[in-house]
Design a protein around this ligand. Structure first.
Ligand code: CP
Ligand code: NVA
Length: 308
């Protein structure tokens, strides 16, 4: 059984397969309505359970559309409305019950450990729809978007500015190793990738460079990326963190220091005027809406990979 919990757990060849399938399926449904079903109906008769422990716009809607386009159905659950690892029913028993009702599950959690615990007892595939440690679906959607515009990501240079120690930057580090691109991360020391991630990157020959100067970091970059300075799980002094990260804002000056045709990516939601200025996110080189759309296409191929 295949779970999709972290990029690091999936082989380069399989990641490439998932990306190619998304490109192919997207092409084959040009002109289709948003809920029109792909001709081969790979989820025919199958259902997906989606659990959101915390807010979501894109992940919620894109998984809903993904299952519909694959010819399946889904049920979206809020942990407060079900017995979910609280006093009255353990996660283990919840996983066993869900395995009787559905064919695949997605969980967005504040605690990555919940995914691990769930996957131990579930007999159907589990997808990580974001945890405090990683956001693998988003990263594959971003790579799909990058490749639609810039071609094969292998050998290209991507720069990440701001919080270098969150779920997005972790998954990008894992992807850099698997898909062989260069990743330059620029953040204050306090928000640099954590020791385990650095160790993992070294062990797996990831081409990851930590550069404190943001202008130097974006030099020669094909893509500049950032994320919210305060993530959903961040229990920090928000004012202090925002102040610490101010120098790492993506603005015109930063974009001008990257390659002339460099694209700007952001997973959204965005803190406008904080990690990025309006002229950049609304500018010609921004591809953020395409990234959001591609969540549908990549999740379809992640579901198919899990069910195969
Ligand atoms: N990018 C992303 O995962 O967005 P949501 O939090 O809206 O799902
Ligand atoms: N790092 C952000 C990503 C949101 C999609 C967060 O966890 O809130």
């Amino acid at each position: 059984m295949k779970n999709f919990l972290n990029i690091s757990e999936i082989s380069s060849a399989e990641l490439r397969m998932i990306l190619n399938e998304a490109k192919e399926r997207k092409k084959n449904r040009e002109g289709f309505g948003t809920t029109a079903i792909d001709s081969d109906k790979p989820m025919n008769g199958k259902s997906m359970i989606l659990i959101f422990e915390k807010p979501s716009t894109r992940t919620r809607i894109s998984f809903d559309l993904a299952t519909k386009q694959l010819g399946g159905s889904n049920i979206i659950l809020n942990p407060d409305g079900i017995h979910y690892g609280k006093g009255e029913e353990t996660l283990k028993d919840t996983a066993k019950v869900f395995s009787e009702y559905a064919d695949i599950i997605m969980i967005r959690t504040s605690n990555h450990q919940n995914l691990i615990e769930f996957s131990k007892h579930s007999s159907i595939p589990l997808i990580n729809g974001l945890s405090e440690k990683s956001h693998p679906c988003q990263i594959l959607s971003d790579i799909l978007t990058f490749e639609e515009i810039k071609g094969d990501i292998q050998g290209k240079t991507l720069a990440w500015l701001g919080d270098g120690n969150n779920n997005m930057s972790n998954s990008f580090i894992e992807a850099a190793a698997k898909l062989k691109f260069k990743l330059k991360i620029s953040s204050p020391k306090k928000y640099s990738p954590n020791v385990e991630m650095i160790k993992w990157a070294k062990k797996n020959n990831a081409d990851v460079e930590i550069i404190s100067d943001p202008i130097e970091a974006v030099n020669n970059a094909d893509c500049v990326m950032t994320d919210k300075w305060i993530s959903m799980n961040d229990n920090v002094n928000k004012i202090k963190k925002k102040k610490d990260l101010r120098k790492y804002q993506v603005n015109k000056k930063v974009m001008n220091a990257a390659k002339k045709d460099a694209i700007f990516m952001h997973c959204l939601p965005v803190g406008r005027g904080e990690e990025v200025t309006d002229d950049v996110i609304d500018g010609n080189n921004s591809v953020v809406w395409q990234q959001a759309l591609n969540r549908v296409h990549i999740q379809k191929s992640i579901i198919i990979w899990c069910l195969s």
